[in-house]
Ligand binder design. Structure first.
Ligand code: FDA
Length: 585
């Protein structure tokens, strides 16, 4: 007899585990989340929070989204991505980052009802965890996963109660490994991986110091410092990262992974901080220091039977592009509704296969992108004549050389500008964040080919209603109150949605009938004059790619799973067929 039973056991309460718990509880599914530690993240590792992750928080509730903004540093303060010889030293160049270039800002505003922001993990985790526990998650801290065994009906997991030293068993229908970059669950489930762990060495130094005089006039999240050793290990350069403006900071500094592990003593950490800030007298309040490795490793299969892994357990990569916690939260959004519908008997277990089909390609994509971004810092070193390593005397000479009025100096200035501008693939890559399109059994094609990207797919989000893509955001207006509502707000919340317009009434009738037959919740939203929501600005008409009489079928995770560009001859049969295919019924 197991000690405890639950429907879904989640190992880990990081961004992936806490988001899954919050979503499952919101969908009314019994779940338990365990963490081997007493509490949540004790260092602010992840921080860049992108629009797609914020859409998941918004789906959990406007209160959850608003609380995130309350604790976050606003997007306006994230923008000046500085490259310098030290904070006190000369600035080499800068680029507008994280949607702060006016053109990029427009794209952000047009893409989502949410805003990118800087929310350290020490705030994000408690918010998600609290939401989960408030809504029903049973949380068990100081409880360590040891092993699991699955059979046809469920999974028996053995854990160690670290307070009593005793083992306990938990029986669940499904097990989720959200246990981070050293995932034992992924290992025990035998998930196959590609790539390499520990391709570089890095350290985090967290401290308090008021650095306003160096930064307040050029507000940014990231200050990149070029100094001797800045090109060794690490994430491309020395980094002074804002944690809270402007008195809490985290330095990321590399070390040679092939050499001995450095001992990050308080003296050493203080020395690195003084060197990167460029103030030998600076007093810092050291909060913590630790080393970590840069990984280039992803799972090519994300589940095995009743065991599903997510987050860093399946994608292990450096923080470049800020994709880790964001993607972890998005993994959760993909899996949670599927588990909920299978557990409620509303979908066949085959629906769960689509998690692997949809998220494994994303794992590969983001791991590859983040590692590529480290390499793309090289041209900045090269443009400064530092390709062979940073030599301070040579660097001064080269910085001086660029101030001259010669054609060579002008060419060097141009090379520096270009090398810095190219870093938009790391610091302003909106497409990587927003363009995820799925191909799986949980998407039914409408026979149309996938629209090609008109612009660079890494840099620019391109909305489409092609089945597999996320439903485009447009503001529409509540007919009764006039309030603006995003098309994303009309969808989600754990249920399917049918979006149609005037002339699409047969779809609404069919939807109500099919939903009743299948015993699922299906929200019906008609957009048009004198309907519940009106497209006053014409934005939805521009984006929907269907006629008013057509329809879009949207999954609980905002992804479109089927569409009809116009009214069909038999809406009942067509919609029913699509929904049954998606739900594996
Ligand atoms: P995470 O590691 O956060 O959580 C794992 C959980 O499992 C923990 O609760 C742990 O205690 C628990 N656990 C592990 N083993 C267990 C066991 N055997 N039993 C019980 N519990 C166990 N990302 C991003 O999106 N934006 C960003 O800006 C950055 N920046 C950034 C900077 C730096 C310096 C680093 C090092 C990392 C980032 N990241 C990031 C990455 C981000 O921190 C990372 O991707 C997420 O924390 C991953 O979340 P998970 O929930 O998957 O794992």
């Amino acid at each position: 007899m197991p000690d405890i039973t639950t429907d879904v056991l989640i190992i880990g309460t990081g961004p992936a585990g806490s988001a899954t718990a919050a979503l499952l509880s919101s969908y009314g599914i019994a779940n338990m989340a365990i963490n081997r530690y007493r509490w949540l993240a004790n260092t602010p590792r992840a921080h860049i929070t992108n629009q797609r992750a914020m859409e998941v928080l918004r789906d959990l509730g406007r209160d959850v989204e608003d609380e995130a903004y309350m604790f976050a540093t606003h997007q306006d303060l994230m923008g000046e991505n500085i490259f310098c010889e030290s904070l006190a030293g000369e600035e080499i160049g800068r680029m507008k980052a994280w949607g702060n270039h006016p053109l990029s800002r427009a794209e952000h505003l047009m893409s989502s009802p949410t805003k990118m922001n800087d929310l350290p993990q020490t705030f994000m985790e408690p918010l998600l965890f609290k939401t989960a526990c408030q809504r029903g998650t049973q949380a068990r801290m100081s409880t360590e996963y040891l092993r699991h065994a699955q059979d046809g009906d469920g999974v028996t997991t053995t854990c160690l109660d670290r307070l009593t030293g005793k083992e306990l068993t938990i029986r669940s229908k499904y097990l989720i490994g959200a246990d981070g970059g050293k995932s034992l669950v992924a290992e025990h489930a035998g998930l196959p991986f590609e790539g390499k762990m520990a391709v570089g060495g890095s350290m985090n130094i967290l401290f308090r110091a008021d650095l306003s005089k160096y930064v307040a006039h050029r507000p940014s999240v990231l200050y990149w410092v070029m100094q001797p050793g800045a090109d060794v290990g690490g994430i491309g350069m020395g980094l002074v990262r804002m944690v809270r403006p402007w008195n809490e900071w985290l330095i990321v500094w590399g070390y040679d992974i092939n050499g001995p592990e450095p001992e990050v003593t308080p003296e050493f950490a203080t020395g690195v901080a003084r060197q990167l800030i460029g103030d030998p007298e600076l007093e810092i309040e050291l909060l913590s220091a630790n080393i970590w490795t840069v990984n280039n490793y992803y799972a090519t299969k994300t589940s095995n039977g009743r065991v599903f892994c997510m987050g860093d357990a399946i994608h292990r990569h450096p923080p470049s592009n800020g994709l880790g916690s964001n993607t972890s939260i998005q993994d959760a959004f993909n899996l949670a509704w599927k588990l909920a519908m299978v557990l409620k008997g509303q979908a066949g277990a085959q629906l769960l296969d689509s998690y692997d089909a949809e998220r494994a390609p994303i794992a590969k994509q983001i791991v590859t992108r983040a590692n590529q971004s480290i390499g793309e810092t090289g041209p900045i070193f090269k443009a400064l004549g530092m390709a062979e390593g940073v030599d301070p005397a040579q660097m001064q000479k080269n910085l001086q050389a660029r101030t001259e009025g010669t054609p060579e100096a002008e060419a060097q200035r141009e090379a520096i500008r270009k090398a810095i501008a190219f870093k938009k693939y790391e610091f302003d890559a909106h497409g990587i964040e927003m363009n995820q399109r799925y191909r799986s059994g949980a998407v039914v094609t409408d026979g149309q080919i996938e629209p090609a990207f008109q612009l660079d797919a890494d840099l620019h989000y391109q909305p489409t209603t092609w089945p597999g893509a996320r439903v485009p955001h447009a503001w529409v207006y509540n007919h009764a109150t006039g309030a603006e509502v995003s098309t994303l707000d009309l969808c989600g919340h754990g249920r399917f949605t049918l979006l149609t317009g005037l002339g699409g009434e047969p779809w609404t009738k069919a939807a109500a009938q099919v939903a009743a037959e299948l015993g699922i919740e299906l929200a019906i939203q008609v957009i048009g004059p004198r309907q519940a929501h009106v497209d006053h600005s014409g934005e939805w008409a521009r984006l929907s790619e269907i006629q008013d009489s057509g329809c879009l079928l949207v999954r609980p995770d905002h992804h479109i799973c089927w569409r009809a560009t116009e009214l069909s001859a038999n809406p009942m049969a067509d919609l029913g067929r699509a929904l049954r295919a998606v739900l594996a019924r």
